[in-house]
Ligand binder design. Structure first.
Ligand code: SAH
Ligand code: SF4
Length: 376
């Protein structure tokens, strides 16, 4: 797939779609096989279509050149391929991240990010909803409210747009863009399976991470699927009193339900849970919170990711000073937990965690200056 910021991808798909046409992007391999069969072809033709869509990222049936002409004609008449349409790409000054603003067929806009790590790893951060209904106190996406769920093709299409625009092989995918992935469970799982599968994008399940605010029933449901992806749980506070203030979803799913769900997830999948903990100066970054956090998580098979809060205009939280971050990390580490401090990519272009917004995707300019990089 090739294209530029004003590529017509998506518009073409939406405009030419005939009534009742099947959207191909986001269809699983079995569905594409069934579709091929319904059009009078052997099932393996469906696998060929999947290879063109997810392996090569083509945006027309015409480009699927190893399909017989007659089948291509029938498939073209019966289907459409609608990619998110790239509206803007913005590079961080240090090239550590590129933020893409994409437009969906109904005009809704969401953001996704390519993160480049020093060791060469490339990770795509995808949005699962336009906006978010969860209203966490420090998050730009939450500020803007909720618009709608994305479909599976709209979610995985972001990865395909990033791959094509950057001309790279994506190594990891994190569902940490706009929205709460587990509030859009079916579409996210379908996108995850296609991203992971060798017959899809081929990234591998172990290289996917779903981040959740902590929706307990969905965590149990995901545990039962026994997938090898990483579950990241946004904890941010070690007590209900504090978490209620920062993460309103805690009223519904308090720690007494959330932590057992995490234990059950780790037991069912034998995978270590990642707990994300946004550090907010003077709010949740003291020795008492570090001790309470260690007590809360005792015995949970987990890893802790500390995220000094990213600046969001209109939100009253500050990053702790570097020594405070290091002291917090050291305390939790001494209690026996593996801890990393996340070094954000893309804060300058409002592409880091919690900085993605609806509207034009730019956010308001921030006067905040990043502190020196923190090494764990
Ligand atoms: N809704 C999901 C996934 C998207 S948010 C979730 O909440 O987990 C991805 C991560 O960014 C979460 O851990 C979230 O708490 C964090 N985040 C939100 N706002 C942030 C901010 N201003 N600074 C740093 N991290 C933030
Ligand atoms: Fe939604 Fe996650 Fe932001 Fe909370 S942190 S408002 S769950 S996107």
């Amino acid at each position: 797939m090739t294209g530029s910021a004003d590529s017509d991808r998506g518009r073409a798909g939406a405009a030419v779609a005939s009534r009742g046409a099947v959207e191909l992007l986001g269809r699983g391999v079995a569905e594409l096989e069934a579709l091929a069969e319904s059009l009078g072809e052997p099932r393996y033709r469906g696998r060929q279509v999947a290879r063109w869509l997810y392996g090569h990222g083509v945006d027309t049936v015409e480009a699927m050149t190893d399909l017989p002409r007659a089948f291509r004609d029938r498939l073209r008449a019966a289907s459409q391929i609608t990619y998110p349409r790239l509206r803007r790409a913005q590079d961080a000054p240090d090239s550590s991240a590129t933020k893409y603003l994409v437009e969906l067929a109904d005009g809704q806009r969401v953001e996704c990010v390519l993160m480049r790590f020093d060791d060469g790893r490339l990770s795509a951060c995808l949005s699962s909803q336009a906006g978010c209904a969860m209203g966490c106190a420090f998050c730009a996406t939450g500020l803007g409210g909720f618009s709608r769920n994305l479909g599976p093709g709209e979610i995985l299409g972001q990865a395909l747009v990033i791959r094509a625009q950057a001309g790279v092989r994506i190594g990891h995918v994190v569902f940490m863009g706009m929205g709460e992935p587990l509030a859009n469970y079916d579409a996210v799982l379908r996108a995850a399976r296609l991203l992971a599968s060798p017959q899809g994008v081929g990234i591998g399940m172990r290289r996917l991470t779903i981040s959740t605010v902590g929706l307990v029933p969905q965590i149990h449901r995901l545990a039962a699927e026994r997938l090898q992806l990483t579950l990241a749980v946004s904890l941010h506070a070690p007590t209900d009193a504090l978490r209620d203030r920062l993460v309103p979803a805690n009223h519904r799913y308090p720690l007494a339900d959330l932590i057992p769900a995490c234990r059950a997830y780790a037991a069912a999948t034998r995978r270590r849970i990642t707990f994300e903990y946004v550090l907010l100066a003077g709010v949740n970054d003291g020795p008492a919170e570090a001790r309470a956090l260690a007590a809360l998580l005792r015995g949970v098979h987990c890893h802790l990711n500390l995220i000094p809060v990213n600046p969001v205009a209109g939100i009253p939280f500050r990053r702790p000073e570097v020594p405070v971050v290091m002291a917090f990390a050291a305390r939790v580490r001494r209690a026996g937990f593996p801890v990393t401090v996340r070094i954000e990519r893309g804060t300058e272009i409002q592409a880091a965690c919690g900085q993605l917004r609806l509207a034009d995707g730019q956010g308001r300019p921030s006067r905040w200056t990043p502190p020196p990089a923190v090494t764990p």
